[in-house]
Design a protein around this ligand. Structure first.
Ligand code: CTP
Length: 400
């Protein structure tokens, strides 16, 4: 979403100012055109020349400077971009923005803008926790500004606690969010992700190689469009997106119970999890000793969560999106699942390809719904997540 966008970065005076250099580089790498403005204090931590070299554009450092203000530069800087990012945002710059002061370059820019603003606070823990700072942040949040909460850890001043500039990837994601239409505000979306584990005894289980990336991408895309997101996931090592309500489960039965509970007031359920189809009839309470020769396993079917929810679909249950992971052409199988499970959409996915399926960052899928199919060529799982969320928003709108 940053491709071709103009992003202006305001750097204020904290030790994290040096991280704004890398943030600028990441925004450019994501396809944005970036221009930088620096407060006077920021320039004591890092020089404008560094930003100028990366952006290949002059850096705005002073208001009312005859050499910089030929076209009232600070006003153009405030009004021309698609979004403004303040990183790091000091307690002082946050306070000025909250009050509407305009006594230096950055505060004047923030006062003169009507484009989306994302700020990433970074400061000492005691300052960050000060009620005045918290009140100012909540004022800005109410004004619609994106606040990227700082991380916790050891700070440059030696204190330990919240106040460290958020991860740069998180800030870039929040800038992206500024461009997402708030099409799911007031909606509740349930997403499942990852594998389940079906234990045979305390140390052995049946599972699959799902990493949960597809489900996490859908959850993050839904959250960035304003939905309340409940994520129910099996054992995974991927980071859970900020701002989603996540519950970890182990078995298909746990997932069944959690999904049924969460979906009572849901608008949509995305079953992206690779749920086991079979389990042991009983889990042995002690580790089973191996025997010589072949071992036969008796298995019983797990409850099909999607099909269970499908029984309520016609009585006003949530919209249902399932997956068909196949080796080979998945579209026929997807059509079968669409009908059998009474789903609204099946995401058909050939997992035998190197660029799609388990453990990859990309996917190539066909969206199969009643009477239509849409092919999405290979792209990031996040881009597929965004596409699915646009489909959901349009479908919910049509159902109104
Ligand atoms: N699913 C489910 N509950 C299960 C098993 C699967 O909700 N107990 C969901 C998955 O999350 C996915 C879809 O159903 O959205 C996959 O359908 P499924 O028929 O289970 O696919 P496979 O088992 O992979 O394929 P097949 O039926 O062809 O064996």
């Amino acid at each position: 979403m940053l491709k071709g966008r103009t992003i202006h970065v305001c750097v204020t005076g904290g030790i994290a100012a040096y991280k704004a250099v890398e943030l600028t580089r990441l925004l450019i790498k994501a396809g944005a055109q970036v221009q930088v403005a620096m407060s006077e204090n920021a320039q004591t931590f890092v020089g404008p020349l560094t930003f100028q070299a990366i952006t290949q554009r002059p850096v705005l450092t002073r208001t009312m400077d005859p050499s910089e203000e030929l076209e009232i530069g600070h006003i153009a800087f405030a009004q021309d971009p698609d979004a403004i990012v303040v990183a790091p945002a000091t307690a002082n710059s946050i306070a000025k923005a909250a009050l509407g002061l305009g006594d230096d370059l950055i505060s004047t820019v923030l006062l003169a803008t009507n484009v989306p603003v994302v700020i990433a606070p970074a400061m000492n823990t005691v300052m960050y926790e000060n009620p005045a700072v918290q009140r100012n942040l909540s004022l800005l949040r109410d004004r619609g500004w994106g606040i990227v909460d700082p991380g916790s850890g050891e700070l440059a001043c030696g204190a330990v606690g919240p106040g460290r500039l958020a991860e740069l990837e998180t800030i870039v994601r929040s800038v992206n969010d500024a461009f997402s239409a708030p099409c799911l505000v007031g909606r509740h979306v349930v997403v499942t992700a990852g594998p389940t584990r079906e234990y045979l005894d305390p140390v052995r289980f049946l599972s699959n190689p799902s990493t949960g990336r597809m489900g996490l991408a859908v959850a993050d895309a839904a959250r960035s469009c304003g939905a309340r997101v409940t994520l129910i996931h099996g054992p995974i090592s991927e980071a859970i997106p900020d701002g989603v309500d996540a519950t970890e489960i182990v078995s298909a039965q746990d997932m069944y119970e959690a999904v049924l509970h969460a979906s009572t007031d849901a608008d949509a359920v995305f079953m992206a999890a690779a749920v086991a189809d079979w389990r042991a009839p009983e889990v042995a309470s002690t580790k089973q000793k191996k025997t010589t020769g072949a071992q036969k396993l008796e298995l019983v079917r797990t409850t099909d969560i999607l099909a269970t929810l499908g029984q309520d679909r016609q009585q006003g249950g949530p919209l249902l999106i399932g997956w068909a992971a196949e080796t080979g052409d998945p579209v026929d199988a997807a059509r079968g699942k669409l009908l059998r499970k009474a789903a609204d959409l099946i995401v058909a996915n050939d997992v035998s390809r190197a660029d799609s399926g388990f453990g990859t960052d990309t996917n190539a899928v066909v969206l199969v719904s009643r009477g239509t199919q849409e092919e999405l060529p290979v792209q990031s799982k996040r881009a597929i997540g965004d596409h699915l969320i646009r489909w959901l928003a349009a479908t919910l709108e049509a159902e109104k």
